[in-house]
Write a protein that binds this ligand. Structure first.
Ligand code: RB5
Length: 151
């Protein structure tokens, strides 16, 4: 996928890492849109996850969500239809979540993952394509939408 725009958001616990990643991405001439939070003042991560998911869906682009562990952000994001959020702690997870799961939102835990590792995870996520060489990954993703409705 051609990277036209990336939406980024965090809660207070992810604020510092968000600022760091934002500037490294802008350095690479990537169009990053920061939708908050704007400080380390305590806030509620679901609000930012929701805002980001709506932006990702309406712009058909990637998103990056950061909280303390990445868990709350990923739990919230995955409640949105057509959002496939991946909580990654390694480059391999980032790579496979793109290749196999066509993830469109990357979640990172700022209290878990250091700045350099986070940079590598983001770069891998943004530069890995969904594997369309056979239909199995596409078919499995299509199952997300109807499997829960079945008995
Ligand atoms: C905030 O203290 C923390 O709970 C939040 O950033 C996140 O880790 C939740 O999953």
């Amino acid at each position: 996928m051609e990277i036209s725009k990336i939406i980024i958001a965090s809660d207070h616990a992810g604020f510092e890492l968000k600022e760091h990643l934002k500037f490294t991405l802008k350095d690479k001439q990537i169009n990053v849109v920061d939708i908050g939070t704007d400080s380390t003042e305590s806030c509620n991560y679901p609000i930012f996850a929701k805002k980001l998911c709506n932006e990702v869906l309406s712009n058909n682009c990637f998103g990056i969500l950061i909280c303390g562990t990445g868990i709350g952000m990923s739990m919230t994001a995955n409640r949105f239809n057509k959002i496939r959020a991946t909580l990654c702690t390694s480059k391999q997870m980032a790579q496979l979540s793109r290749q196999h799961n066509n993830a469109n939102v990357l979640c990172i835990g700022a209290r878990i993952t250091g700045k350099k590792d986070a940079e590598e995870i983001v770069n891998t996520f943004l530069n890995t394509d969904f594997d369309t060489s056979n239909k199995r990954h596409k078919n499995r993703i299509a199952m997300f939408d109807y499997i829960t409705a079945q008995k």
